[in-house]
Design a protein around this ligand. Structure first.
Ligand SMILES: Nc1ncnc2c1ncn2[C@@H]1O[C@H](COP(=O)(O)OP(=O)(O)OP(=O)(O)O)[C@@H](O)[C@H]1O
Ligand SMILES: [Mg+2]
Length: 430
């Protein structure tokens, strides 16, 4: 994720009601939201909000009902006009835009997804998905192509001809997500998109969303009142109370240094698994290979240790890539001298501090372990799919690998996992 900002909300207040200025003055001189409301009849929806959203980021806004989440979200695409302050999109002040320009921005740049996706029941899945494009006046070929791509992304390939009323709730939600994706807008505003779903489907949708996000890299502002969801999805999280942002930080910062007592109470029963980092599930790579080694030697090493993948490093233990056993065997058959050709140099590399949540999308597509490297690129360990899943589903009081991960049966993480879990994955694939 780059640090290039795409949205800037500056000192933004949104007041509902006639006596907006008076309400703001009263608030500034120390009145609470409730007092202001009683005295003026106006409601402070958002008060002096300041934040930036970076390109490719998932920025989460969380807070109790009525705290101002939707209010500020709607200010970002101009549906709410700030009573004071500004919203900049790509350094353009949207309050200065004409309503025509604003409509254009909403069509081309910012998409919005609501809690109820608002599908049209009498139209097909495909028609629903490409609805936004139809309004934009896209040609039918263009619509078909984008629609199929989007359906593929959400796992509804080939279901385009069904009526949406024939689908289950979870599938309908996917269609809604596909529709938001098909429009290809750079920014997605999502207002509690998953909150109507039952917990299991919800988890699926969160994972699906993370996976898709890993591929398409939109900028997302995501509103929720579920802390677990916020911590799992958000790169950064803003916590709102009575229209104000009481804390803004990474999930880790919010849990470790809650800024106020309010936040502290808010995060009390959080599931720490969601914010644990790679080092807490990393295992040591006891076996490595070198690019100039002979394939026969490496194959033997892998077979002895029961490995389906082996990390390849240079003389200084800098990570070069990952090697799959089948590829090594192929080199042996061809009588090759060096391992080099079998090394996948595009293998995923992360650092100790990478959150588990960010590693998850990798394992949706691949079963190869992920390499954990230090700043100099030296291999420190690997994360295999099995230990990642265990890391996400077991809660340990100490975060961030103060000790090895211990699984339910009390067995410490072991090389066995490296073999057995990976075996299963591979076998399952064949
Ligand atoms: N159109 C409106 N007219 C008057 N007051 C409004 C309007 N929209 C929101 N409010 C008020 O502004 C405050 C913030 O509301 P908002 O909808 O942003 O809360 P929220 O955090 O999205 O809550 P929820 O989780 O229930 O969706 C509330 O006090 C609400 O009553
Ligand atoms: Mg809301």
């Amino acid at each position: 994720m780059g640090r290039e900002q795409i949205i800037r909300v500056e000192n933004c207040s949104v007041v509902f009601g006639r006596r907006a200025q008076q309400a703001l003055e009263m608030k500034r001189s120390g009145g609470s939201k409730a007092e202001v409301e009683r005295a003026t009849g106006s409601t402070i929806g958002a008060y002096e909000n300041n934040f930036e959203v970076y390109k490719g980021e998932i920025f989460v806004i969380i807070g109790l009902s009525g705290s101002g989440k939707s209010t500020i979200l709607r200010a970002i695409n101009g549906l709410n006009e700030p009573t004071e302050g500004d919203v900049h999109l790509d350094n353009e002040n949207i309050s200065k835009m004409s309503s025509k320009q604003l409509r254009e921005v909403r069509r081309k740049k910012i998409g919005m997804v609501f809690q109820q996706f608002g599908l049209l029941p009498t139209r097909t899945v495909m028609d629903n998905v490409t609805f936004g494009l139809e309004i934009k006046g896209a040609s039918s070929e263009e619509r078909k192509k984008a629609g199929e791509e989007a359906l593929e992304l959400v796992g509804l390939h080939g279901q385009g001809n069904k009526m949406t009323s024939e689908l289950s709730g979870g599938m309908q939600q996917r269609v809604g997500l596909a529709r938001a994706l098909a429009t290809k807008q750079e920014i997605l505003l999502m207002d509690e998109p998953f909150s109507a779903l039952d917990p299991l489907i919800r988890r699926d949708m969160q994972n699906l969303f993370l996976r898709i996000q890993g591929e398409v890299q939109r900028t997302v502002v995501f509103v929720t009142h579920d802390l677990d969801e916020a911590l799992m999805l958000g790169h950064r999280v803003a916590i709102m109370k009575d229209g104000e942002i009481v804390q803004l930080g990474t999930p880790e910062q919010i849990l470790r240094e809650p800024a106020t007592e309010y936040v502290e109470r808010f995060v009390e029963d959080v599931d720490y698994a969601k914010v644990r980092a790679a080092e807490s599930v990393m295992i040591t790579a006891d076996n490595v290979a070198y690019p100039d080694e002979g394939p026969t030697v490496v194959l033997r090493r892998m077979r002895q240790a029961g490995l389906y993948f082996i990390p390849v490093v240079d003389e200084e233990r800098r990570f070069v890539g990952m090697c799959e056993v089948e590829e090594v065997a192929r080199l042996v058959e061809r009588d090759e001298r060096e391992l080099r050709e079998a090394v996948d140099t595009t293998a995923t590399k992360i650092s100790r501090g990478t959150y588990l949540r960010e590693i998850l999308p990798h394992f949706v597509e691949r079963s190869a372990p992920v390499a954990v490297c230090d700043e100099g690129g030296r291999l420190e360990g690997i994360v295999v799919r099995g230990s990642l899943i265990a890391g996400l589903t077991t809660t340990t009081p100490e975060q961030n690998g103060d000790g090895p991960v211990v699984f339910d049966d009390g067995r410490p993480d072991s090389a066995a996992l490296q073999g057995s879990e990976t075996h299963q994955e591979i076998d399952g694939r064949r």
